[in-house]
Design a protein around this ligand. Structure first.
Ligand SMILES: Nc1ncnc2c1ncn2[C@@H]1O[C@H](COP(=O)(O)OP(=O)(O)OP(=O)(O)O)[C@@H](O)[C@H]1O
Ligand SMILES: [Mg+2]
Length: 309
């Protein structure tokens, strides 16, 4: 089973503009779409399509929380939400113009120690052979050690962790030896406060992340595919397929979903990398999170990853 935790579920309000976005004036949208979820939810959407059992965990509050619960119900993915009173889940605005997306993300729901304890109680049902995905931002006001604290509290369960986070929460989480982390290039630059222009330059940093505690590092490179640094000290690259990009938001989450699906199905990590790239690119070529047939079609076209020595 793969449990995904979205500490900060959101309603995503994605608008498309035909004219460039202007500050300090009224802009009109050409098209709007409202979707509910967050990074962990996106991972679960991919897992469900790949027939991998998954449950969504996270905090919900207010009318936006009710919207998120209702949308998830329609997907039929099992959920085990924690209701937080008197707040509201955030609305994240994504503005699409030509080839760019500008994002304006809210702060989200803040949680108490009791809420965290409730989440830990629920996650204690996971054990050996299970995975917990910690994806996205930590709750508003929580310490940077939040993910690390959750991981440490569940250490004795034997569960393995996948972390898709940025900045200090990611750095702290590394201490608890996650099975896999999935940074992208900008997140890598921010973490090491360095300019890393090409994936070739990123190679030493992938290794550093392993020295800091990550067992495997899946470094996503957008249109350049991905690098995988494995626990056996091997490094693999796989280019992304070409196609018309419709909406790359959630491509990284999809990649993590595809990767973990292969892992729980007992496939080798090079195959997990192929499934990750197929799922990520399938989402980039879709209006929203990819469907199964698009992932399968892309997977058939992907070569074996290349080993870098
Ligand atoms: N322009 C693109 N063309 C083809 N594939 C893409 C493109 N952008 C993303 N992908 C696919 O999706 C994967 C993950 O993308 P990316 O590196 O953009 O993740 P990310 O920045 O974490 O995204 P997000 O956080 O929005 O989910 C890539 O490794 C690649 O397989
Ligand atoms: Mg990402």
């Amino acid at each position: 089973m793969i449990a995904t935790v979205t500490m900060n579920p959101a309603v995503d309000y994605t608008v498309s503009l035909e004219e460039p976005l202007m500050k300090a004036t009224v802009n009109r949208t050409d098209h709007e779409r409202i979707t509910a979820g967050g990074k962990g939810v996106n991972v679960s959407l991919i897992l469900q399509q790949l027939d991998v059992p998954t449950t969504v965990y996270g905090y919900l509050s207010g009318t936006t929380g009710a919207m998120i619960a209702e949308q998830l119900q329609r997907t039929q993915i099992p959920t085990d939400w924690i209701e937080v009173p008197n707040q509201m889940n955030r609305i994240n605005l994504k503005i699409r113009e030509n080839n760019t997306v500008t994002e304006l993300n809210g702060r989200g729901v803040s949680v108490t120690e009791q809420d965290t304890e409730l989440l830990l109680q629920k996650l204690r049902r996971c054990g050996d052979g299970d995975y917990i995905v910690l994806a996205g931002s930590i709750p508003a006001g929580a310490p940077a050690t939040h993910y690390a604290d959750v991981m440490a509290a569940l250490e004795d369960t034997g569960v393995r962790f996948a972390v898709d986070a940025a900045g200090a929460p990611l750095r702290e989480a590394l201490r608890c030896k996650p099975f896999v982390i999935k940074p992208n290039l900008p997140e890598l630059c921010a973490l090491f406060d360095s300019e890393i222009d090409t994936w070739w330059d990123a190679l030493p940093y992938g290794k550093k992340l392993q020295e800091m505690g990550a067992e495997n590092v899946l470094l996503s490179l957008g249109g350049d595919g991905a690098l995988l640094f494995t626990a056996e000290n091997r490094v693999w690259h796989l280019s992304a397929p070409h196609g018309e990009v419709k909406n790359a938001v959630g491509a990284g989450d999809s990649m993590l979903g595809g990767f973990l699906a292969a892992v729980v199905q007992g496939k080798p990590l090079t195959e997990a990398l192929r499934m990750g790239v197929a799922a990520g690119s399938a989402t980039a070529f879709s209006e929203w999170i990819a469907n199964r047939s698009r992932m399968d079609n892309l997977l058939r076209t992907l070569p074996e990853p290349t080993e870098l020595v």
